[in-house]
Write a protein that binds this ligand. Structure first.
Ligand SMILES: Nc1ncnc2c1ncn2[C@@H]1O[C@H](COP(=O)(O)OP(=O)(O)OP(=O)(O)O)[C@@H](O)[C@H]1O
Length: 939
């Protein structure tokens, strides 16, 4: 078995034993490498021999294909490449062996390998049998050990053992030679933050009362996986199915080992704090994670952050970005804040924290009690890492909690591209994450921004918002070398084409596959079709309940389903190492999205396969949808007038805008309204301050005599004055009551809650609204509207260009590639990689040729007919263009407008051309004025 430097558990995969990939020519053979290891079977697509490319043979056992040198040379722009730092032989640190003995072996992973000597021939013996006896045989000692770490190790062991990635892997799963258990890695939480409790082992800590809400979740989830994974624990702890020690002996031994371990880790942390040298950092890496060397970019990022310099890290998915903040977190005093875009991602990251780092989460799905417990830990200084959403991070309440109670050493902005409106994934709430605000509010200077994909423009805007010096950019966006990229035109029946792809080499051999679709209905359709054809598949999309999504992700992660048919909603934070194929059923929206999605394959280093089906219809459909966020200047103007309307223009008072009705009135998506409001808050002039969104209309019933309740409570007295009585119920607006009394909306809500608890009233809330206070009125609303409209259009155009760039890359592979540089058949790894590198070098905003859409001579005539037949409707050029493109909008829903036979008829024609045609036709209508009944909005 190979002794790969990357102790990622791939060495204990159930996939047939793989020989070590020959060392890439660039690196000396003796250096432990993190280079991808090929899957057994087909030679990698990027192989230089074209014959090997033509018919990629399926993964076979006992072959040792060679990974060719990368076709793409390193990027020409600034990349800091520290190379792989390796522990010098002389500096090999003592490693804890089970039983507390020390070894100077250079690798934890080696120890693991010898200790986990799987005979891969007997899955039953190895895993399944153990699962039955599992719960019986678990010792008390195990309870006291760090379940988290044990389970992590165990689950990767077992998943690999029992669920080979290759269907026909014929993997012989080993019985376990069970000698050692549990003490690899570190199982203690260190007192690296100088809090009162010193070196509290997580196990012992759990016995105490001190736990955050998050920790509760953590415990629960661990308990669950503990139950599920008891087979693995058994595998690790039991010899021939028998418990080897008494529980008592285990407790003592474990106790001693834990103490010993604590001291070593603490000593390593202290040494690194005093001298953050490469040797000390490597020592820490090895002790805490068991890894021999840093991956490209990691060491440099870690060093910068420990020196308290802000840094921008652009590393591919799965390349180990988390370590770039986890190690500095151990070394730096105080708290590390991680701003993360998704709650699920926070929980995933939290689970992946090593035992030495005490982590917590603050998110909206927590109960009040969980929230209180976490904030208590922040105040006590016993948390080292806190995950928060951008919304929470920039909230007044949170910032004042931090500034009053905790020293924040580092802010990590995960998925930092979301800050930039020029990225593929802009999030308005991320706009609030700015260096200036962090400095002034929580006194933090050191920011680590991390992303897997960003163009030059995106990087520039992120780095400028976070004030990261250009020298501190650590970037490696070269596509991974163990991914074979192929594309084909989709002809008539794409589902059939997908099925035959899955039934042909090399896909037929792949155990774990993600199929990406664009639309939710497609995922259901396709998964059903695959199941009907004996392929175990499930769909996944954001329309499903969180519980179902979670269940399906778990089934996929534990290899109980072969294929997951998903929208873009699936995969963020997923760290499943043995995904062997990614299939794009539809074109991704951008090359960034494509890279991110294919980056989920082959994390175990084995050769993996990525296929994309292209068809023009989908491209045009996607291009149409890119325009669904677009707005007209007059709509922006109307919106701004409402925001600054006379009723709510009292400075310092709370104003509100009900999301649903405003969205319909202005024909603007809710995200677009939020983007505009955020711009009004964060632009050059701060016109307003956004408050948390909340339901603002309250319908109240009294269960006591109203005057009695009002007599006792001023809020109720005001409510009685401000309410409309409808069928005996009192209906009022929360901000109005708050403004009248000069209190906050939260105060009003708390008061109502109290009265409800006392049984005096019951009430219901509705109308979710954006709330804000106006700080300054714009001098010229018209020019502000024009400015904002221009900005929104540029953002929209950028999205279209990204799609065009994606399409161009694929079309080049399909039609333009002369197959002289390693491409053959449908395999276009070489030319697609070149296109990707070019794109990230040159940027999307540059002169990538845009796919020309067809013009149509019938367009104007059809628009004319459409206008005549809908003369009763209120129409604008944009509304007409949307209907012709088949794009629903808040004021023109598909439920009404999809009935017209013009719906989507011109989606192949450039959207702006359709707007122009609609404008001209509407002008004609206006010109003929008198005979028209159509109410035409100004444009
Ligand atoms: N130096 C290293 N040597 C070996 N394995 C490593 C190293 N650093 C990280 N890893 C492993 O690589 C895997 C991916 O790491 P991580 O989740 O941090 O990647 P990421 O870049 O954050 O991915 P994503 O973009 O998907 O969030 C983890 O299993 C981690 O333990």
């Amino acid at each position: 078995m190979s002794s790969d430097s990357d102790s990622d558990c791939s060495h204990i995969s159930a996939t047939p034993p793989r020989r070590q990939a020959p060392a890439p020519p660039r690196k000396p053979a003796s250096i432990p490498s993190n280079k991808p290891k090929p899957r057994t079977g087909p030679p990698p697509a990027v192989a230089t021999s074209s014959s090997s490319l033509q018919n990629p043979t399926p993964r076979r056992q006992h072959q040792s294909p060679r990974l060719p040198p990368p076709l793409i040379s390193p990027l020409p722009y600034h990349i800091r490449q520290p190379g792989h730092a390796v522990v010098p032989e002389a500096d090999c640190l003592p490693i804890l062996l089970p039983g507390g003995r020390l070894s100077t072996s250079s690798s934890f992973s080696k120890i693991r390998r010898t200790s986990l000597d799987f005979d891969e021939s007997d899955p039953v013996k190895n895993g399944l049998q153990n699962s039955e006896t599992g719960s019986r045989n678990l010792s008390i000692g195990l309870e006291l050990w760090e379940k988290d770490t044990v389970l992590k190790q165990a689950s990767s062991v077992n998943a690999a053992k029992i669920m080979p990635n290759l269907i026909r892997g014929n993997s012989t799963v080993a019985p376990v030679k069970l000698q050692k258990c549990r003490n690899e890695g570190n199982f203690v939480k260190l007192n690296v933050n100088n809090c009162k409790r010193r070196f509290v082992s997580r196990n012992f800590k759990r016995k105490g009362s001190h736990s955050s809400g998050k920790m509760k979740f953590y415990k629960r989830s661990k308990k669950k996986s503990y139950g599920e994974s008891h087979t693995q624990n058994e595998g690790l702890c039991v010899e021939d199915g028998l418990v080897t020690d008494t529980a008592k002996e285990k407790i003592t031994a474990n106790d001693e080992r834990a103490r010993f371990n604590e001291e070593i880790v603490e000593e390593a942390i202290m040494a690194t704090r005093e001298n953050p040298s490469e040797t000390n950092l490597l020592r820490l890496l090895k002790l805490v994670y068991g890894y021999d060397s840093f991956r490209e970019g990691q060491l440099e990022a870690i060093k910068l952050v420990i020196e308290r310099q802000s840094a921008m890290v652009v590393l591919p998915t799965g390349s180990g970005k988390s370590l770039c903040y986890q190690i500095p977190t151990m070394v730096l005093p105080g708290l590390t804040l991680v701003v993360s875009p998704l709650v699920a991602l926070m929980f995933d990251q939290m689970k992946q924290l090593p035992g030495v780092i005490n982590g917590g989460i603050l998110c909206s799905s927590q109960t009040l009690q969980e929230y209180d417990e976490t904030t208590k830990m922040i105040r006590e200084g016993s948390l080292k890492v806190l995950f928060v959403s951008p919304e929470r991070f920039m909230s007044e309440e949170f910032l004042s909690l931090l500034s009053s109670s905790s020293t924040v050493s580092l802010v990590v902005v995960d998925e930092a591209h979301c800050i930039s409106e020029w990225s593929h994934n802009f999030r308005p709430s991320y706009m609030r994450v700015r260096a200036s605000l962090m400095r002034s509010r929580i006194d933090v200077d050191c920011i680590l921004a991390m992303t897997a994909t960003a163009t030059r423009t995106t990087l520039n805007s992120v780095m400028s918002a976070l004030e990261i010096p250009s020298d501190n950019l650590i970037e490696k966006t070269r596509p991974r070398e163990n991914l074979q990229l192929s594309v084909s035109y989709s002809q008539n029946n794409r589902m059939k084409e997908l099925l035959s792809l899955l039934r042909s080499a090399p896909y037929e051999e792949v155990r774990s596959i993600i199929i990406y679709c664009k639309f939710q209905y497609e995922t259901d359709q396709i998964s059903r079709y695959l199941c009907d054809n004996n392929i175990n598949a499930k769909s996944y999309h954001s329309g499903m309940t969180p519980k179902d999504r979670c269940r399906i992700q778990e089934l996929f992660s534990s290899n109980k389903i072969r294929a997951i048919v998903a929208t873009v909603a699936f995969g963020m934070g997923l760290d499943k190492r043995d995904i062997g194929a990614i299939i794009h059923y539809s074109l991704p929206n951008s090359l960034e999205e494509y890279i991110q999605e294919i980056g989920r394959a082959g994390r175990d280093g084995r050769m993996s396969f990525c296929h994309l089906f292209y068809d023009d219809v989908t491209y045009f459909r996607l291009r149409s949808l890119m325009h669904s966020d677009g707005v007209d200047e007059y709509a922006v103007n109307k919106f701004l007038c409402q925001v600054f309307s006379s009723e709510t223009n009292l400075q310092g008072k709370i104003s509100s805008l009900v999301k649903e009705s405003a969205s319909r009135n202005f024909d603007m998506k809710e995200e677009v309204m939020l983007t505009l409001l955020t711009q009004l808050e964060l632009g050059e002039v701060q016109y307003l301050q956004l408050l948390p969104t909340q339901n603002i209309t309250c319908t109240l019933n009294f269960h006591q005599v109203q005057s009695l309740v009002a007599g006792k409570d001023m809020v109720v007295a005001v409510i009685l004055k401000m309410s409309q009585v409808k069928q005996g119920q009192y209906v009022f607006d929360i901000p109005t009551v708050a403004n009248t009394m000069g209190i906050t909306t939260a105060d009003v809500c708390n008061r109502l809650q109290l009265l409800k608890l006392k049984g005096d009233i019951t009430y219901e809330m509705k109308d979710l609204a954006y709330c804000y206070t106006i700080l300054e009125h714009p001098k010229d609303v018209c020019s502000l509207s024009a400015q904002m409209k221009k900005w929104l259009s540029e953002v929209g155009n950028c999205k279209v260009q990204k799609l065009d760039a994606m399409c161009n890359a694929v079309k080049f592979a399909l039609d333009g590639c002369d197959k002289s540089q390693g491409c053959s058949g449908t395999n276009h790894t070489s030319c697609l990689q070149r296109k990707i590198v070019e794109y990230f070098e040159r940027d999307c905003a540059l002169d990538l040729p845009i796919q020309k859409s067809v013009s149509s001579t019938f367009l104007r005539a059809d628009i004319k007919v459409f206008l005549q037949s809908n003369s009763h409707a209120k129409l604008t050029p944009r509304a007409v263009a949307r209907i012709m493109h088949g794009i629903a909008s808040p004021a023109y829903p598909s439920s009404t407008w999809a009935k017209t036979h013009f719906w989507g008829r011109y989606s192949h024609v450039d959207f702006h051309m359709v707007i122009e045609a609609a404008k001209a036709e509407l002008m004609n209508f206006v010109g003929k004025g008198a005979s028209l009944t159509a109410r035409i909005e100004p444009f």
